[in-house]
Design a protein around this ligand. Structure first.
Ligand SMILES: Nc1ncnc2c1ncn2[C@@H]1O[C@H](COP(=O)(O)OP(=O)(O)O)[C@@H](O)[C@H]1O
Ligand SMILES: CC(=O)OP(=O)(O)O
Ligand SMILES: [Mg+2]
Length: 396
C-alpha cells in the first residue's frame, strides 16, 4: 500500500486524513479543534468506527499527539500503512513558494518568516510540521501552499494602490488564499460538466469558517477576494472581511484600541460573531429563522457581500459560465446559496429551489435548465489535492 497522511491546519484546529493513494480511498480521518481553549475536542474516524474525546489541547503540538494517540488506539496502524509522505497545508507561501515543496530547515525558516503575513495560520502550520517530522522522521514532508494557485493573478488584481516602494519593501500586495480548494473545485466542476477547463469562466465561492471568492478563467485564478492576509473580502465566521481601513484609525483614536486589540477585533471578534454573537452559520440561520434581528442582519450582510463579489467577477471575467459553491457553508446551506444568488436573473442566474434544497455529498447542479449560468455545489477536498501534489513531488 502507498499512503499519505495529510495535515490541514487551521488557526485553532486541524483536520487530517490518511489516504490510500492507489485507490484515493480514505483510511482514516479526524479533526482536532478548539486548540488553545479551556477544553478542546478531537474526533477520529477509521473504517466504520468513530471515537471522540474532550480534553484541553494547549497548542498544535499537543493536538498532533492527540491525533497519534487516536491512531494508536483505534487504528489503522501508521507504521503498517505504507506511508510515503506527509502532506501539510501551509497557508502563506508569499512570493517564495508556488510549487509543492519538500520541507527542509530552510523551508521552515521561510514559513516562519512569512508568519508575519499570516499570524493566525503559519505558526500553527509550522508546529504541525515540526511535530510530524518528529513522529515520522523517515518520510519526506511536503508543504502545499494556499497562495500557490493565485500565482496567476495579474498585477492589476494583486496591487494595492498605495506607495509602491513601501509596498515592495514590506511585501504588501494581494496574495489570495484557499488556493488548493479553488483549484480542486474548479477542476472538479469542469470534470463533472464534461467540459474542457480551459473554456470555462468560473466563480468559485469557498464558504467555510474562512471564506473567499475566486474568479477562475480557463483554470487560472485571475481575481480573488482575500488579500495580503486571509482577512479581506467576504464576511466570515469571526473575520470582518472588507472594511474601510479608516475604521481602524478611528477606533484607535476615539476608542483607544491598540493595534493588537484591533487585530483581534477584526480577525476573531467580527464577521457573523461580531454582528450576531454567533460565529457558526448553522446557529445564525436558525436564530434568524426564529426572528432574531441581529442574526438576520448578520445573514443579510453575509449574503450582500457575496452578491457584490459575484457581480464584480462577472465583470472581471466578461461573463461567467459556472458558479460553484463549496466548503462547510457552501456545501450545506441551501438558505445561503439561494440568498446569495437571489435576484440575479438579469445576469442569467436562476436557482431551482428543489435542486438547491436536495441534500447530497456529490457534485450537483442547482440551477434551472434555462439558467444561462450553471450553478453547482461541488464538495471540496483540500486533503486529497494536497496528497496528490505531495505524491507527485515524492515520485509516485
Ligand atoms: N448545514 C449547514 N448550514 C450552515 N452552515 C453549515 C452547515 N454545515 C456546516 N456549516 C458551516 O460550515 C462552517 C465550517 O466550514 P468548513 O469548510 O469545515 O470550515 P474550515 O475548514 O474553515 O474550518 C461552519 O461555520 C459551519 O457552521
Ligand atoms: C486561509 C484561511 O482563511 O483558511 P481557513 O478558512 O482554514 O481559516
Ligand atoms: Mg477550511
Amino acid at each position: 500500500m502507498t499512503a499519505i497522511l495529510v495535515v490541514n491546519s487551521g488557526s485553532s484546529s486541524f483536520k487530517y486524513q490518511l489516504i490510500d493513494m492507489e485507490t484515493e480511498g480514505v483510511l482514516a480521518s479526524g479533526l482536532v479543534e478548539r486548540i488553545g481553549e479551556a477544553s478542546g475536542h478531537a474526533r477520529h474516524t477509521a473504517g466504520t468506527g468513530e471515537s471522540a474525546r474532550d480534553l484541553p489541547i494547549p497548542d498544535h503540538t499537543a493536538g498532533f499527539d492527540v491525533m497519534l494517540e487516536a491512531f494508536a488506539e483505534h487504528g489503522p496502524s501508521l507504521q503498517d500503512a505504507g506511508l510515503v509522505a506527509v502532506g501539510h497545508r501551509v497557508v502563506h507561501g508569499g512570493k517564495r513558494f508556488f510549487e509543492p515543496t519538500v520541507v527542509t530547515e530552510l523551508v521552515k525558516i521561510n514559513i516562519q518568516d512569512l508568519a508575519e503575513l499570516a499570524p493566525l495560520h503559519n505558526p500553527a502550520n509550522l508546529q504541525g510540521i515540526v511535530a510530524a517530522e518528529k513522529a515520522f522522521p523517515e518520510v519526506p514532508h511536503v508543504a502545499v501552499f494556499d497562495t500557490a494557485f493565485h500565482r496567476t493573478l495579474p498585477p492589476a488584481a494583486y496591487s494595492y494602490a498605495i506607495d509602491a516602494a513601501l509596498a515592495e519593501q514590506y511585501r504588501v500586495r494581494r496574495y489570495g488564499f484557499h488556493g488548493t480548494s479553488h483549484k480542486f473545485v474548479s477542476e472538479a466542476a469542469a470534470a463533472f460538466l464534461g467540459r474542457p477547463l480551459g473554456e470555462l469562466r468560473q466563480i468559485v465561492l469557498h464558504l467555510g469558517n474562512g471564506a473567499s471568492a475566486c474568479a477562475v478563467d480557463g483554470g487560472a485564478s485571475v481575481e480573488t477576494s482575500m488579500g495580503m492576509t486571509p482577512l479581506q473580502g467576504l464576511v466570515m465566521g469571526t473575520r470582518s472581511g472588507d472594511v474601510d481601513p479608516a475604521v481602524l484609525f478611528h477606533l484607535h483614536r476615539k476608542a483607544g484600541l491598540g493595534f493588537e486589540q484591533l487585530d483581534t477585533l477584526l480577525n476573531r471578534g467580527s464577521g457573523l460573531l461580531g454582528l450576531s454573537g454567533r460565529g457558526d452559520m448553522r446557529d445564525v440561520v436558525e436564530a434568524a429563522a426564529s426572528g432574531d434581528e441581529a442574526a438576520q442582519l448578520a445573514l443579510d450582510v453575509y449574503l450582500h457581500r457575496i452578491k457584490d463579489y459575484v457581480g464584480s467577477y462577472h465583470a472581471q471575467l466578461g461573463g461567467a459560465d459556472v458558479i460553484v459553491f463549496t466548503a462547510g457553508v457552501g456545501e450545506n446551506s441551501a438558505v445561503v446559496r439561494a440568498g446569495a444568488l437571489a435576484g440575479l436573473e438579469a445576469l442569467g442566474i436562476e436557482i431551482d429551489p428543489a435542486r438547491n434544497e436536495a441534500s447530497s455529498h456529490e457534485a450537483r447542479v442547482i440551477s434551472t435548465d434555462a439558467s444561462r449560468v450553471t450553478v453547482l455545489v461541488v464538495p471540496t477536498n483540500e486533503e486529497l489535492e494536497i496528497a496528490r501534489q505531495a505524491l507527485a513531488v515524492v515520485g509516485g
